[in-house]
Design a protein around this ligand. Structure first.
Ligand SMILES: Nc1ncnc2c1ncn2[C@@H]1O[C@H](COP(=O)(O)OP(=O)(O)OP(=O)(O)O)[C@@H](O)[C@H]1O
Ligand SMILES: [Mg+2]
Length: 102
């Protein structure tokens, strides 16, 4: 299930960078505050400020052909593992963090 969550994050990242000349998608795993954090970053379009609080809602999508369930499902998968999934805007692009809480 965590693999499915990662696939959702990578698919979103791939869509976001599709128009960028220099496409970068970066994954990092580190310890922070004694917790494991896995992040997926892209240098794509980013999420407009007005909709940043909507991206985890069921059926919210900005993509034609998108169903808007990817992030909703991903968040519930991580929460079922007692973790958190959050979004952080970058200067250029997006960062999604999975916090694994033991
Ligand atoms: N990495 C990203 N960069 C920019 N926008 C993103 C990114 N990830 C998600 N979004 C925004 O959040 C919305 C919701 O994402 P979500 O994955 O839930 O649905 P979707 O990708 O549109 O459709 P699907 O159900 O096929 O995943 C996207 O439509 C897009 O607007
Ligand atoms: Mg998606």
């Amino acid at each position: 299930m965590i693999g499915r969550c990662l696939i959702n994050l990578y698919l979103n990242a791939i869509y976001a960078v599709s128009g960028s000349a220099e496409k970068t998608i970066k994954t990092e795993i580190k310890m922070q505050n004694k917790r494991i954090v896995l992040s997926v970053e892209d240098n794509g379009t980013g999420v407009q400020k007005e909709i940043q609080n909507k991206i985890f809602l069921p059926f919210f999508t900005t993509r034609s052909g998108g169903s808007g369930i990817g992030l909703t499902l991903s968040k519930s998968i991580i929460e079922a593992h007692k973790g958190y999934l959050n979004y952080k805007p970058l200067e250029q692009g997006s960062r999604f963090e999975i916090w694994f809480i033991d």
